[in-house]
Design a protein around this ligand. Sequence first.
Ligand code: PLP
Length: 481
Amino acid sequence: MNASMIKQLKQLEKLARPLEPGEAERTFLLNQVGAYANQFINRIGTAPAYTASENGRLPNSFHINENGAAIEDLLPLLHTHVDTPGVAPTSDRFLGYIPGGALYHSALGDFLADLSNKYAGYYFPSPGAVQLENMLLEWMAGIVGYPDGTLGSLTSGGSLAHLTAVVTAREAREIAGERIGTAVVYLTAQTHHSVNKALRIAGLDQCVRRFIPVDDHYRLETAALLQAIVADKQMGLNPWLVIGTAGTTNTGAIDPLPEIAQIAQAHGLWLHVDGAYGAFFALCDEGRQKLAGMEQSDSIIMDPHKTLFLPYGTGTVVVKDGRNLFNAFAADAAYMQDGAENDVISPADLSPELTRHFRGLRMWLPLKLAGVAPFRAALAEKLLLARYFYERLQEIDGFEVGPPPDLAVVTYRYVPQRGDANEFNERLMQALLADGRIFISSTRLGDKFVLRTAVGVYRTHLDAIEQALTVLEETVRKLEK
Ligand SMILES: *Cc1c(COP(=O)(O)O)cnc(C)c1O
């Protein structure tokens, strides 16, 4: 009996052995992946920023089989069918949506985090990982200008960060039961849709939502906000939450945060700032001046996977009075009792997540290896490049620009000599995609179809912006013929 069990165990051990490559095999794999990484990066400068996919289907060679395959066979598959088609977010000519880029140093941080698989949910199993993340959160709270006493969470992105903040504000202000229907949320049509999604997930869809008008720079009109709050109070409603955006996705506009904060404070509202895109610009002087007032908020989100250039999957929420975040998310489990007594607060008590990726390492390693100075310079450069693009575009006949950029998003459209401008710009968008040298995205502002150039990849420098201007000019001339 025992002997047959042992025999079976030995056999299974042997069959499972490929899960544990030996040193020579590990070195080989790492070299192959390293060579692929170098080739990938060397190609970025000449590869298209957008590649239409010919036939979206992955070949059968992607399917999962009983037996393993060789890395030399898999990397070309990855290159052809995954890394090439669609948008190239690492390209210096990726100027769409909100760019970021993904730092090489972060990929190494992920490698190390995945290697040790340190458990970043609780202090006891991983005191170093938890302290490292807490330290990064304090560093980010410092960028915002928050005083001591904040707590935060490294999330998978801005959407989860919003959800975390909305739930925190809900619990802090006891918005539950009958109080949901009379609680009022103030935002604008430029507020990111993830806020609405967060409210819905948080069970707050029945809250009253007031969309406050924006001015001709797409910034919230504070006089209208004040008016709406006063009117709502008179009606017996409960003005609860106001969202200020520090850099909208559409146009990069920064709402007048000091005025909003003043109104929020006077009327007892929770001020939540959406700095997913904009907050990290406070690392450079110009950005810090423009973002003044965000430190007066009660909570803020900021996305390292945008303007700190980290790979996707890294967002942040910081709550000024950290106790509110802890009260909203702290939980106990019997099986977690070992080592529960310590004074370091654990990520699992500040987040909907329990087991989570050790996200801190992908952020800490680049900041340590490069230092903060290059980040400050890159962000200042993006602001200046956007302004340069804005000025140069006006020298090309036919282009009509939106307001001067608050941050690094420029909106514009081409007004053709004949015909409908919206229809022309839709065609222009399609022609730019077919060309592929640059990738920009479009949006709607009022009834206008407009194009956006968002300068945000750390690799984007003057030459890429010059090329974007050239491609735009060439393409409109071709379409005008
Ligand atoms: C990107 C973005 C979000 C959503 O963040 P994700 O990381 O995509 O979930 C929210 N607000 C603004 C202003 C954004 O730019």
